[in-house]
Ligand binder design. Structure first.
Ligand code: HEC
Length: 117
């Protein structure tokens, strides 16, 4: 009986713990780090620069991102990658979830530790 309860507790703990550890889309985070951070800073910093309406506008207006980066060949190359195309809507969601007025504040974890650029 005691054993059953402790296994149950362990299970509850691990669910709560993994939930706390994944407060954001880490796959989107890593993709942004790879494709955008060299110019825009950390994904959280980048997300905070504009509000959710602007993110939607930039992502959902056809050709807008390409136009913004027309003088940046490296950015254009990244925007053309399958990695970007396949995850575009996930990136948009990440940016919106962490945008200017989202109130999202992220502490330290394995991917990120509060640096701002
Ligand atoms: C080679 C550097 C570089 C890379 C890589 C890059 N950008 Fe940019 N990006 C810029 C510059 C410079 C501007 C400012 C353009 C302007 O204001 O005319 C900009 C502007 C933007 C803007 C307009 C809003 C703002 O903050 O000024 C968005 C949105 C944006 N970039 C998204 C992205 C995304 C998403 C990626 C990754 C897929 C990315 N960028 C990768 C250099 C880059």
């Amino acid at each position: 009986m005691i054993r059953g309860i402790s296994i149950l507790l362990l299970f509850v703990y691990s669910v709560v713990w993994s939930d706390a550890a994944e407060r954001y889309d880490t796959k989107a985070f890593r993709t942004i780090t790879k494709l955008c951070s060299s110019c825009h800073g950390t994904p959280f910093y980048m997300a905070k620069q504009i509000d959710e309406d602007d993110w939607e506008f930039y992502f959902n207006t056809k050709g807008k991102l390409e136009k913004l980066h027309s003088t940046k060949p490296k950015a254009l190359a990244n925007l053309k990658k399958a990695l970007f195309k396949n995850r575009k809507s996930r990136l948009l969601k990440f940016f919106i979830d962490n945008s200017k007025f989202s109130g999202a504040v992220n502490g330290c974890d394995a991917n990120f530790c509060g640096t701002h650029h």
